[in-house]
Design a protein around this ligand. Sequence first.
Ligand SMILES: [Zn+2]
Length: 393
Amino acid sequence: MQYCKRCTYPIIAVNLAMRDDGVCSGCDVTDEKSSIDWKAREEEFRRLLEEHRSKDGSNYDCIIPVSGGKDSHFQVWYITKKLGLKPLLVTYYTHNYTETAEQNLRNISRAFGVDHYIFTPSLKMVSKMNIAGFRKMGDMSWHFHCGVWTLPFQVAVRFNIPLVIYGEHGFLDLAGQYSLSDRPEFTVRDRKESYLRGYDWNDFVGDEGLTEQDLLWAKFPPDEEIARVGVRGIHLGVYTYWDGNANAKHMQEFGFKPSNEVSERTYRTISNVDDIHENGIKDWLKFVKFGYGRCTDHTSKDIRLGVMTREQGIELVRKYDHVVPRKSLEYFLSMTGMKEEEFFRIADTFHDPRVWWIENGEWWKDNPWGEPSSYGPVHLPKESWVKYEKKSS
Ligand SMILES: [Zn+2]
C-alpha cells in the first residue's frame, strides 16, 4: 500500500489520486488555497446570494443544513453576522447525539436568533436502518448521510427556497476530488455515488421489515420540483478560507462546546462529535474496510494546516486508528439487540483484499510507518481465506 509522503493517507482513501512523486491530490488542493484570491471569492459569494435571496423579505434567504458542530456554527455565523441574511436551519436528527452535541445543536438557533427546522425520524425506523446499513455495507450511519443530503432539498422545495448552503466540500478537502477552481456544487450523482455509497431509499424496502412509508424522509424530490424552485446546493468552503481549528476556537464565543470527553479513536475533540458513531464504530468499520480511520483524516488535515509534522501524525495514527470504540459499540448493540459476537462476525466480512491479507489466522496490513503489522484474529470461515492471500508488493 502506497502512502502519501506528505500527509498520512493511503492511496485507497477517499478516492484520492497519487502523483508520480508520491504526493496526494488532497495535499495538492490544500496547496491551491494559498494562491486563491479569497477576497474576490467572498465577493463572488455575495453576488450569488444576492441573486437567490428573498428580495421582498417574504421568505427565508437560504437554507443551511446543520448537524450542530463547529462548522455548522461557523456557517450560520457567516450568513447571519457577516452577511446579515435570514437563513432557515435544517437538521436531520439521528438519535445518536452525544450530550455535548445535543447542547450544541440546541445552541445555534439561540446564539444567532434564527429559525431551526429539526426533523426527528422515528426511533424504531432509525434502529432498523442502523442494522440494515450495517449488514448491507458496514455503515450504520447510512440513514444519517441520506438525511443530510435529502431533507434540506425536501424543505427547499416545500418552502420555495432556492439556495442550500453546505459547509466544506468534504471530498474536495480530504481527497482533492475537485479543484477549488471547479467550484463544485451539489449534484444528484454525487449524492448517490459518493455520499450514499451507490444506494438509495428503495434498496432498503423490505430490510428489517422497512416499508416505503418508513422512508419518506429519504426520497429526493423529483427533478420537476427541483427545477420549479430552481434549487442549487453550494459549499461555503469553496468561497471562504476554511480552517476547522480556527472555526472551533472562534465559535466558542457563540456557545459552541468542544467534546468534554476524550475520544477512543482520535485526538481531536472538536470534529465529528455530533453523532456517537461518527468517531465510533462507523469509523472503526472504515478501518476494517480500508485500513485507515478518523485519526488518519484528522492528522492529514492538521499536517496540511501546519499544525503537526508527518512524524507526529503517524505516531497518533499508530495509537488510535485500530482501537475498537467500546462506548459506541455498546450503544449500537443495545439499540439493535445484536449480539457482540455477531457484530464482529459480520464486520470481518468487510475487509478489503486490496488492503488486508491473512497470515497464520490473523489480519495483516501495511502501515504509514513502513512495516506491516497484525490486527487480530480472523473470524471468517477458512474457505473464504483464499481471497486474502498475501500479494507480492
Ligand atoms: Zn497527502
